[in-house]
Design a protein around this ligand. Structure first.
Ligand code: FAD
Length: 367
């Protein structure tokens, strides 16, 4: 069967591509291996009527007005400003680091004007490689050893199961530090949660007469049944090339959901646990959705090495293999037979807005 465009994956990269090409009159088939659309930002209402995020909490935030305008074509947003607390030394402390974090950790009462000087002194009395060679150096060079040990070191070990000194400095090139009391997790101009949910937003993006959708189908098992002028691939980069340069590593997560018979569990949507317990964070979803219920649903995140691919692992070996795969991608893209987009196909950490932005930039010029 022939389609103008075949798209592998119904996450944001695949869906935004499909929509743009369908609006140009192309007949598009989207193939998705899961039985749901939305990829990693998929959400659903659970038995208690509370909207939960299948792959962990997703907050939409962007500095790009064109991306904000784009998503607002398909959904209405609840204006939500994300706040995170970190459980350290038996206290709940605002995170990322801001003036209140410093005052709570050090028992000081410094003013906004003194935050930079305070951190500079902390950095000065710390030991690290300058310029930074790894994750530890990158963080310590910005906030000093004490805050690194309290908020970053063990969280990173739990999350990546690696010594932070083995991880690229890139991961922590610029950690957010606020001089003032702004305790928002993101400072982007546009932030929110789609009121009907992310799945409903993606459903609207895919809702076009030129788009056909096939769920529960693995592209590699059925690709010979279809012909297409162009294939847009948003699946795993190494799998496309049959792992010829080796397997690219991912970190995965076990998400354990619990619904509790009380109205609220914690003060904010996300609490990080850098040092205590085996989970990295607990999310309470009603904070995100604004839903009212006498019950509440929370999820615990346990990082693991295998399973659904969540996070790119930025080691030297993985990045070198990525380069080799990306050279092959370049050749295919030059022939105009394929386009590779998204976090799996480019083996790159992307936020939702970044995926949408780069997808639009790559797909809009396609005639
Ligand atoms: C725990 C977690 C929290 C996050 N929180 C945020 C947040 O708060 N804010 C934010 O902006 N971003 C967040 N992100 C990032 C966000 O999830 C991604 O940017 C976005 O979902 C990526 O979209 P994508 O289309 O590139 O990839 P995906 O969503 O992974 O979509 C790719 C799709 O391709 C399908 N596919 C793969 N191979 C095949 C195949 N062979 N055949 C058929 N289908 C296939 C997959 O099943 C998947 O549905 C978070 C990510 C994680 C892991």
């Amino acid at each position: 069967m022939y389609f103008d465009v075949l798209i592998v994956g119904a996450g944001l990269a695949g869906s935004v591509s499909a929509r743009d090409l369908a609006e140009k009159g192309k007949k598009v088939l989207v193939i998705e291996q899961h039985k749901h659309i939305g990829g990693h930002c998929h959400d659903y209402k659970n038995n208690a009527g509370i909207t939960v995020h299948t792959y962990g909490p997703h907050i939409f935030h962007t500095i790009h007005k064109e991306v904000w305008d784009y998503v607002n074509r398909f959904t209405e947003f609840r204006y939500f400003q994300h706040r995170v607390l970190s459980y350290a030394n038996g206290q709940l402390i605002p995170f990322p680091i801001n003036r209140d974090t410093i005052n709570k950790v050090y028992g000081t009462s410094i003013s906004t004007n003194d935050v930079n000087d305070f951190l500079a002194k902390e950095v000065k009395r710390s030991k690290f490689n300058n310029p930074p060679r790894n994750f530890r150096d990158a963080v310590v060079s910005q906030v000093g050893e004490t805050l690194y040990e309290m908020f970053f070191k063990n969280y990173t070990i739990k999350q990546w199961e690696r010594d932070p000194e083995e991880l690229s400095a890139e991961v922590a090139r610029r950690i957010p530090v606020r001089e003032n009391r702004d305790d928002r997790y993101f400072s982007d101009q546009y932030q929110g949660i789609p009121i009907p949910g992310y799945t409903a937003m993606v459903e609207q993006i895919l809702n076009h007469e030129n788009i056909s959708l096939m769920l529960g189908a693995d592209y590699f098992k059925i690709k010979d049944d279809f012909k297409a002028g162009l294939t847009i691939y948003t699946g795993e980069l190494d799998r496309f090339f049959n792992y010829k340069y080796g397997k690219l590593e991912y970190r995965s997560l076990d998400l354990v959901f619990k619904t509790i018979d009380k109205e609220w569990y914690q003060e904010v949507s996300v609490v990080n646990y850098p040092n205590d317990y085996d989970w990295t964070r607990i999310t309470e979803y009603k904070h995100l959705s604004g839903e009212e219920s006498p019950k509440t649903t929370i999820s615990f995140e346990y990082p693991k090495a295998t399973g659904e691919p969540f996070y790119v692992v930025m080691t030297k070996e993985n990045m070198e293999a990525r380069e080799k795969y990306m050279k092959e991608v370049e050749t295919l893209e030059q022939k105009k037979s394929h386009i590779f987009i998204g976090r799996l196909a480019e083996y790159k950490y992307y936020n939702m807005d970044q995926v949408i932005k780069s997808t639009l930039e790559k797909i809009r010029p396609v005639k």
